[in-house]
Design a protein around this ligand. Structure first.
Ligand SMILES: *[C@@H]1O[C@H](CO)[C@@H](O)[C@H](O)[C@H]1NC(C)=O
Ligand SMILES: *[C@@H]1O[C@H](CO)[C@@H](O)[C@H](O)[C@H]1NC(C)=O
Length: 193
C-alpha cells in the first residue's frame, strides 16, 4: 500500500508571524516560481500562486505501469537500439527504452477566496530547506510555510494569518494515475492510498 502523507497544520495566529528573513542562503522570488522541497522519498514543487496554489507531489516509487518497478519489461526486445544509443553516447534516449517514465503522484490544489493581493514573496531558505510564500490581502498578512522531514517521512505545510479566522481554502487533488485507489475524507483528513 502506498501511503502519501501530507500534514497540513493551520495556525490561527493572531499576531503576525512573519519574521524578516534576511539569511544569505534564502532565495527570493517575487513572482510565482517553482520551489522544490523533498526528503529523498517524498518531493513537492510549490508554485507559490494565488488564489489557486498548486503543489506537485512526487513519491520515488511511482513509475508508469506499476509502483516500485522502474524497469521496462520490453527492454530485451529493444536491446540493439539501446546498444546503438549507448555507442552514440545518447544516454537520455537510451534510458527511455530501459526505464519506465517517472510519474508524479498528483497535484494538491488549494483554492483561496479571491482577493487583491500585494507583496507576494516566495522563498526557499537553503539552510533550513523551508519554503515560504507570503502575501497581503485585505490588510491581512498571510504566510504559508512548507518543509519535508526525513525522520518523520512527511511533508508539512503550515498556514498562518495576522488576524484570526482568516484562513480559508478548498483542497483538491488531481492525479495522472489511471486508477487511484480510494480517496477518503474523514474528520478533516484527506487520505489517498
Ligand atoms: C521579498 O523579501 C525580500 C527579502 O526580505 C525583500 O528584499 C523583497 O523586497 C521582498 N519582496 C516583496 C515583493 O515583498
Ligand atoms: C500539476 O501541475 C503542474 C504545474 O502546474 C502541471 O504542469 C501538471 O500538468 C499538473 N498535473 C495534473 C495531473 O494536473
Amino acid at each position: 500500500m502506498l501511503l502519501f502523507e501530507l500534514a497540513i497544520a493551520i495556525a490561527f495566529a493572531v499576531k503576525s508571524v512573519v519574521a524578516a528573513n534576511t539569511a544569505a542562503t534564502t532565495m527570493w522570488f517575487d513572482t510565482s516560481n517553482i520551489v522544490p522541497i523533498g526528503n529523498g522519498r517524498l518531493g513537492a514543487q510549490i508554485l507559490g500562486q494565488f488564489p489557486k496554489e498548486t503543489i506537485v507531489l512526487n513519491e520515488d516509487r511511482i513509475w508508469s505501469g506499476s509502483i516500485n518497478d522502474p524497469n521496462n519489461k520490453n527492454c530485451p526486445g529493444v536491446l540493439p537500439q539501446i546498444r546503438d544509443f549507448i555507442c552514440l553516447r545518447s544516454f537520455v534516449q537510451g534510458r527511455r527504452f530501459i526505464q519506465r517514465t517517472k510519474y508524479t503522484a498528483g497535484n494538491l490544489t488549494l483554492t483561496f477566496p479571491n482577493a487583491q493581493v500585494s507583496n507576494l514573496n516566495h522563498s526557499l531558505d537553503l539552510n533550513t530547506a523551508l519554503a515560504t510564500t507570503t502575501y497581503e490581502a485585505n490588510g491581512v498578512q498571510f504566510t504559508r510555510s512548507a518543509f519535508a522531514s526525513h525522520p518523520d517521512n512527511v511533508i508539512v505545510m503550515r498556514f498562518t494569518a495576522s488576524s484570526g479566522g482568516m484562513i480559508q481554502f478548498n483542497a483538491g487533488f488531481v492525479t495522472p494515475m489511471a486508477s487511484p485507489v480510494g480517496v477518503t475524507r474523514d474528520g478533516g483528513i484527506l487520505s489517498s492510498t
